[in-house]
Design a binder for this molecule. Structure first.
Ligand code: FES
Length: 614
């Protein structure tokens, strides 16, 4: 049964999501990819999650009255963590309520990093050469810019005569430190773009950033087309090892995807690829190697050492990115063979390497990463969670896009919430966690993960019993019947799906326990748990704990930080000095190799069962 859903539209993006009745506005915003600041963890105690409901605001709660003035209440201001959606809403999210945009990329007090991009533009007037003025084109350009020690590369010098003799005296120089990176005819100072990529095993995300003001102008994502060659990094490496030109084939696929993302970003922001002057990229170590055309094979064999840990700076065109011909590409440094620059980016963006308090950051993806630490010490590991939480290896799994079941509620029967609000076509990671947690609570799945046969589960409601069916020689729960789905086929959660969820959550949980043991602080004792990853935006904290993915940490200490790897990639675009900090994080983070860790297998086996209720 598809339960009543409401459209929530976020301004100024104009982005809409459909959510079930009772979903908090914080959750709804998270589903739309907008992460809100929740200093008190959503308790209604700090008053910091203020939003403005633009039409028909719901009645204020007690927490609203405590933290907002009568005038603000009248104007529609509400606390997002206390607002349970019960009608269609149009809501304006102010800058100060946004988690990362405010914390990292803006100027001012409380920001983690200043907005100081490497690039700047300068409008100058360069005269034509004359009989009297015999200076070279480059000398005249340098003199017009008027700074000491300027340098220029050969490709710029080759392009200079055409640009300087175009009949327009004004040109715009793109400067990176002392390097004249590019020159354009006319005044283009209002266009200075950068692009940041997060290259995941399953998904690739690109963000176009205006380097004039730090604004993210567009975001686009795609499934990593390499998934056809294996759904985890080990199978990709195996493809490379066993296929002629395997590395180049995988690299080409990825590049096509990245260049498509660039076109989509430019179309949506009204930009030109030629006006993108810098790119940054993060990814797990294997993805970074493939992107750069470096053979990642050593990573798959003991002692699992990467070819490259350090960051890389090259011309973007050298690796095939179709942006300005002289643009730079900065690929962030890795930590180890299985902990890549995406983890460096998460550490950077979350700020845990700057705080005194010990925090735990968990990036849930095909390769899940766990980091515990503070400004004095950081310990990290990689968990082979597999792609279940991204919807792969699940019978009706899909990514968290329109048509995915993202929420499951079980009362008498099964009710679902669907991204986009229409008929569902499959189920994404957060829907899976919900489904398993709710079925556990209902008694339809036991602690070992077995789906109960209706005849042996008298306590189940008749509706739930009827939803449990035989399917491909196993039991399955019908989440949505064929008449309600978009495809006309029922959407089921099969016994094998539950096993995949168990393996994935056990890998993550065992990794959390091992890292905590190494660091010497119990996971329940950390100041904050930061959940990163696209999946992390949607998940219900109580359900992540119910299935044992997370330890029993108080929910108010668990924060969603969105796609922090992508935010880290944007952070180094917006703040050139952050690259030194990324290097330090890469060098100093202690890596725990789980496979060789005594006791890891026992912890993993222990974590496969579901915790008892309560
Ligand atoms: S009042 Fe603190 S997060 Fe809402």
């Amino acid at each position: 049964m598809t339960r009543e859903t409401f459209r929530v539209t976020l301004q100024p993006e104009g982005r809409s999501v459909f959510v079930l009745r009772g979903t908090t506005l914080v959750e709804a915003a998270g589903q739309a990819g907008v992460i809100l600041n929740q200093p008190c963890g959503g308790d209604g105690a700090c008053g910091k999650c203020r939003v403005e409901v633009l039409q028909d605001p719901p009645p204020p709660t007690a927490a609203d009255r405590e933290h907002l003035s009568p005038r603000e209440l009248e104007d529609g201001w509400r606390l997002a963590c206390r607002l349970a959606v019960a009608s269609d809403l149009v809501v304006s999210i102010p800058q100060e309520t946004r988690f990362f945009e405010q914390m990292i990329l803006a100027e001012g007090e409380g920001c983690r990093y200043p907005f100081q991009p490497n690039l700047r533009k300068k409008l100058v007037t360069v005269g034509e050469p004359t009989v009297e003025d015999q200076r070279s084109d480059l000398d005249r350009l340098k003199a017009a810019i008027g700074e000491d020690g300027l340098e220029a590369g050969l490709s710029l010098i080759r392009a200079l005569p055409g640009i300087l003799r175009g009949g327009r005296p004004h040109v715009t120089a793109v400067l990176e430190g002392k390097e004249i990176q590019w020159v354009e005819a006319g005044d283009t100072t209002d266009r200075i773009w950068g692009v940041a990529f997060d290259i995941g095993t399953t998904s690739v995300v690109g963000a176009l950033m205006d380097l004039g003001d730090g604004r993210t102008a567009a975001v686009a994502s795609r499934t990593n087309p390499q998934v056809h060659f294996g759904d985890d990094v080990v199978s990709r490496i195996s493809y490379i090892e066993n296929t002629r030109d395997g590395l180049e084939k995988l690299r080409r696929r990825l590049l096509t995807c990245l260049n498509e993302i660039i076109i989509e970003l430019c179309e949506s922001a009204g930009a030109e690829p030629e006006s993108i002057y810098e790119a940054t990229a993060v990814g797990n170590t294997t993805m970074s190697h493939i992107f750069l055309g470096v053979d990642p094979s050593p990573i798959a064999h003991a002692p699992y050492v990467a070819v490259l840990r350090e960051s890389v700076d090259v011309k973007a065109r050298e690796v095939g990115l179709e942006i300005n011909r002289n643009a730079n590409l900065h690929v962030l440094p890795n930590i180890a063979g299985f902990v890549g620059s995406d983890t460096v980016a998460v550490i950077l963006a979350s700020g845990i390497a700057r705080d005194d308090a010990v925090q735990l950051a968990i990036d849930i993806g095909t390769n899940g990463e766990v980091v515990m630490g503070n400004r004095l010490r950081l310990v990290a590991c990689s968990c082979a969670a597999g792609p279940a939480f991204e919807g792969a290896r699940i019978r009706y799994g899909m990514r968290a896009t329109e048509g995915a079941i993202s929420k499951v509620v079980i009362n008498e029967g099964v009710e679902v919430g669907v991204i986009g609000g229409g008929r569902p076509t499959g189920i994404c990671g957060s829907g899976l966690v919900d489904a398993v947690a709710e079925l556990l609570d209902a008694g339809a799945i036991d602690e070992t993960g077995r789906i109960a046969a209706p005849a042996q589960a008298p306590a189940l409601s008749d509706e739930l019993k009827a939803a449990i069916v035989e399917f491909e020689d196993q039991l399955a729960v019908v989440l949505v019947d064929g008449a309600q789905s978009k495809t006309g086929r029922p959407i089921l959660l099969t016994q094998r799906d539950v096993r995949e969820v168990q393996l994935a959550k056990a890998a993550m949980r065992a990794g959390i326990e091992v890292v905590a043991e190494e660091f010497g602080v119990a996971p329940t004792e950390v100041a904050r748990v930061l959940l990163a990853g696209g999946f992390g935006n949607f998940i219900r904290r109580s359900h992540a704990k119910r299935i044992g993915l997370l330890p029993p940490i108080r929910s108010e200490r668990i924060d969603f930080i969105g796609n922090a790897a992508a935010t880290g990639a944007k952070t180094v675009l917006a703040c050139g000095d952050c690259r030194a900090e990324a290097e330090r994080i890469s060098r100093e983070t202690e890596y725990v190799e789980l496979a060789s860790r005594p006791g890891f297998q026992a912890r993993f086996a222990e974590a496969i069962t579901f915790p008892p209720p309560g």
